[in-house]
Ligand binder design. Structure first.
Ligand code: ADP
Length: 394
């Protein structure tokens, strides 16, 4: 009998990413992605062991994309009839106030995800497309929604509440929901395990294209940098992160920009991209090292913001035991880690340069034995986290 597996699906507006995961072993058995759905030519890539099969051609909609993926499983492997899939896990960005954990998808759950579209306009409608077709095509297994916001549903009220007029905030459900919660939960749990302690005050820095920080005490999130939407907080690839909301009024009044234009400006044309033209940390660093002042400034703005979050979260938690770096830049950019920790030197945080420079896919410690705070690098694995959460319900 093959081990129980979970098919994890992350459905975007024009893409479907998927992975077949063995949650007990923590391994990926196959993975792939469908891109450019609805465009003139789409692209599908399916990986199984050493085999990579690619298909170019139109993929008119999500249903057609998933049907082709299921056919690829049977053609390239592993055959679905032999894969022992016990659940399909769907990533959902916005769970609003309804979901503090994973949920088996039925009509009522699907309706709630639909109701939350105004709070997750870039993501939830796209997730629903994937959920609909997957439930139709794989109707013999339970489908589970795993929410990016769930880990932060238990935030203390003082961290979740904006100092916005209460009537308006209540009516329009404006509060801190956070995002990247699946990653923060997975990585903070892995940090606890790595250090062999449950009673930790820790900060997780998820530094990918999207970036967020969280403060976690004894396994529970007490604050996080993303807010009503993933726009708030750290400097990101294309997002401003924190900015005075009055910049919006100013742009409406002076530049006569529309809400859509400002949304696009803040979410896609800002951050590293807006400061340098490049949303990739590697490119920005190369240019800074070559002496380009604007690229150096972008890195300094990025680091200054990170440092402020580390400082404020340490104060909020009344101390700090561990900082963990994760996601693309957090896992791979040793310069970034060194530059942040250098700014924490006055507080006795010390990096072991040699350990920091090791490239590895393993969880590891990069601080010196006498550092006041343990500094870790732990690769995130959102697919595995989703698969494991889905398994808890089936
Ligand atoms: P996403 O948020 O899209 O999941 P990732 O977690 O894959 O993003 O992170 C992507 C980002 O990680 C890239 O934009 C890049 O800036 C950064 N990154 C990846 N590898 C490196 C590296 N070796 N050095 C510096 N930055 C890196």
């Amino acid at each position: 009998m093959t081990a129980a597996t979970v098919l994890v699906i992350n459905s975007g507006s024009s893409s479907i990413k998927y992975q077949l995961v063995d949650p007990a072993a923590g391994t990926s058995l196959a993975s792939g992605l469908v891109e450019r759905i609805g465009e003139e030519t789409g692209h599908i890539e399916h990986k199984y062991g050493e085999t990579v099969k690619e298909i170019d051609g139109p993929v008119p909609d999500h249903g057609d994309g998933l049907r082709k993926v299921l056919a690829l499983f049977d053609e390239v492997g592993p055959k679905l009839s032999e894969a022992n899939i016990v659940a399909v896990g769907h990533r959902v960005v916005q769970g609003g106030k309804y979901f503090s954990g994973p949920a088996i998808i039925d009509e009522a759950v699907e309706q709630k995800i639909r109701d939350l579209c105004p709070l997750g306009p870039l993501h939830n409608p796209a997730h629903l497309k994937g959920i609909d077709v997957a439930r139709e095509l794989m109707s013999n297994v339970p489908h589970v929604a795993v929410f990016d916001t769930a880990f932060f549903q238990g935030l203390p009220d003082e961290a979740a509440t904006y100092a916005l007029n209460k009537e308006v905030a209540d009516k329009y459900e404006i509060r801190r929901y956070g995002a990247h919660g699946t990653s923060h939960q997975f990585v903070s749990g892995a940090a606890s395990e790595f250090l062999g302690r449950d009673d930790l005050k820790q900060i997780v820095l998820h530094l990918g294209n999207g970036a967020s920080a969280s403060a976690v005490v004894n396994g529970k999130a007490v604050d996080t940098s993303m807010g009503l939407t993933p726009l708030e907080g750290l400097v990101m690839g294309g997002r401003t992160g924190d900015i005075d909301p009055a910049a919006v009024f100013h742009l409406v009044r002076e530049a006569k920009m529309s809400v859509e234009e400002i949304d696009n400006l803040f979410n896609k044309q800002s951050g590293l991209k807006g400061l340098t033209g490049d949303n990739d940390m590697r490119g920005v660093r190369e240019r800074a090292e070559a002496g380009e002042a604007q690229a150096r400034l972008a890195l300094d703005v990025y680091l200054h913001r990170l440092l402020k979050y580390v400082g404020s979260y340490t104060a909020v938690m009344g101390g700090l035991d561990a900082i963990t770096f994760t996601a693309g830049a957090g896992e791979n950019d040793s310069h970034l880690r060194a530059e942040l920790v250098a700014r924490l030197a006055p507080f006795g945080v010390k990096l072991d340069e040699e350990k920091n420079n090791v490239r590895s896919k393993e969880a590891r410690e990069i601080s010196t034995p006498d550092s006041t705070v343990r500094v870790l690098v732990i690769p995130t694995n959102e697919e595995l986290a989703i698969a494991r959460q889905a398994m808890t319900l089936v």
